[in-house]
Design a protein around this ligand. Structure first.
Ligand SMILES: [Fe+2]
Length: 232
């Protein structure tokens, strides 16, 4: 299983607090069945060099758990505005993880996202279940129609962000507004069975084919620079 959103690297953002904490996260991720992690620290100036250094330090530890590490980044909408070149997820310079809420979506901002798409990027919206609500469903559908992809958090199903988010994450899946499910891990607590539990839920409710799409095929396609499969 490939985890496409994780704050595994220490001392960069609000993720792991120490090298030892990063190693512990790797151990628990491996226990959850994770075989590759894209490190996605929150964007800040100069982050690329720092991230590369941390990944180089952590890679031998990750190898002990048979986990492959990739670099990435999590942008806010306003971060994107100031960039000439974006840090993408994995080695292909295609997919960008962005965190924005409904109040940021306007014709102007859609054009802005479209401009990045024209430049060859694909946008993945991080955890919409935490930032949007039921009345935003038509807006989310419009975004999906405009080839914006959705990454849901594994902890949302378990209720880590409250009951409203738990309900809404199920709605998004039913409506086909899901392409990836990831940990968004900030600490070991996010590798405590949430990913396997979400897999079981998808498999039971929607079948093992869909489970494979969300947790394996789409992340693999993304790392290969290919568009994810949309369901429904
Ligand atoms: Fe995140």
């Amino acid at each position: 299983m490939i985890d496409i959103h994780s704050h595994l690297l220490h001392g960069i953002d609000d993720g792991a607090r120490s090298f030892a904490a990063s190693v512990k996260m790797l151990e628990l991720a491996a226990r959850d069945g994770v075989t590759a992690i894209i490190a996605t620290p929150h964007f800040s100036p100069g982050i690329s060099e720092k991230m590369q250094q941390r990944i180089d330090e952590l890679r031998p530890e990750a190898a002990k758990f048979n986990i492959e590490l990739f670099s990435g980044c999590e942008y806010t909408f306003s971060d994107l505005d100031r960039q000439e070149k974006l840090i993408t997820l994995g080695e292909k310079e295609v997919f960008v993880l962005v965190d924005f809420c409904s109040s940021f979506v306007s014709p102007l901002t859609r054009q802005f996202l479209f401009d990045w798409q024209v430049k060859g990027h694909q946008i993945i919206l991080a955890h919409p279940e935490r930032l949007f609500c039921s009345r935003d469903l038509p807006l989310l559908k419009d975004l999906a129609d405009a080839n914006i992809f959705f990454q849901l958090n594994a902890g949302s199903l378990r209720g880590d962000y409250g009951r409203g988010v738990r309900r809404f994450v199920k709605t998004l899946i039913k409506k086909g507004l899901c392409h990836f499910i990831a940990s968004d891990a900030h600490s070991v607590q996010n590798y405590a069975g949430q990913l396997p539990d979400f897999r079981k839920y998808i498999s039971k409710r929607f079948g093992s084919e869909l489970e494979k799409v969300f947790f394996e095929e789409n992340p693999e396609r993304m790392l290969a620079g290919k568009l994810p499969i949309s369901v429904w």
